[in-house]
Design a protein around this ligand. Structure first.
Ligand code: MF3
Ligand code: CO
Ligand code: CO
Length: 263
């Protein structure tokens, strides 16, 4: 396995791509409320990416994906297709996954959960899933194996009675949307599990955590992945750069505090 090490100039392009992806999420956040459709959310993100950022929404036409973003509601694990007929209602949880490709050709990939109205179970799942992401980020530094990050995620999820999705993984990212390595979020046999992090690697961590079992299936649209038992599912994602000192979160938003990484 040959994981690309980014050059200093590539790293600057990755920083810009990460900032752009974060800015899309910051732009749309106040508008994600009961009543808006996932199709409208997608349109607003699409137009912002193209008109304000001068970039491209990477999912659009990616292996035939029909929209600019992924909107995954409740028991949808990932790759939900935005739909003008699907309005958010109180009690829903939704993942919005944004991938921007900059004019320079680099990708920034990040996703967040929105809790619409109140749902105790949904809020707990979203919080624990975000903790899985943060705890694994905290471990990142040169020399650490991918499998060690996976163990942190799996342990935290299972301690709370949840399961880790096995069918989708994190990935290297750069001039390609998905490049090496493949990053599994559970500790299982995987070709890339023994890869050791090195400064200059860029990859995503994007754990998908289910209230019920880990099994998923893809609906007949060929994209929408749901939990097989129809239990609730959550996901958070960041694009990360391994540095000599540890890690930079390239898609960090202003609502996030990563000071725990330096303390
Ligand atoms: N953004 C997703 C990821 O985190 C991939 C979406 S691919 C698409 O890797 F085709 F569904 F958009
Ligand atoms: Co990703
Ligand atoms: Co993504």
């Amino acid at each position: 396995m040959n994981v690309p090490i980014k050059t200093p100039s590539e790293i600057e392009h990755m920083r810009e791509a990460g900032r752009q992806a974060a800015s899309v999420i910051e732009m749309i956040t106040p508008l994600v409320q009961a009543g808006i459709s996932t199709g409208e959310i997608d349109r607003l993100c699409h137009d912002y990416i193209v008109r304000e950022l001068g970039s491209t929404p990477a999912p659009l036409n990616y292996h035939g994906f029909p929209k600019a973003t992924c909107t995954s509601l409740n028991h949808v694990v990932c790759h939900g297709i935005p739909d003008d007929a699907k309005n958010l209602k109180k009690g829903d949880i939704m993942n919005l996954d944004i991938t921007v490709k900059t004019r320079d050709g680099y990708h920034g990939d990040s996703s967040v959960m929105f809790v619409v109205g109140e749902t105790i179970q949904g809020e707990r799942l979203c919080r624990i899933t975000q903790e899985c992401l943060y705890k694994s980020i905290e471990w990142i530094k040169p020399g650490v194996r991918l499998s060690e990050l996976a163990q942190v995620i799996q342990k935290h999820a299972e301690e709370h009675g949840y399961s880790v999705v096995r069918d989708f993984c994190g990935h290297g990212i750069g001039a390609d949307f998905h490049e090496e390595p493949q990053f599994l979020h559970y500790d299982g046999y995987a070709p890339d599990a023994d890869i050791k992090l090195a400064a200059g690697m860029c990859f995503t961590i994007e754990p998908m955590i289910n209230v019920g079992g880990y099994r998923t299936k893809v609906l007949r649209d060929g994209w929408t992945a749901v939990t097989k038992d129809r239990s609730l599912s959550a996901q958070w994602e960041h694009t990360l750069l391994v540095t000599d000192e540890g890690v930079d979160v390239l898609t960090a938003r202003s609502d996030e505090d990563f000071s725990f990484l330096t303390s």
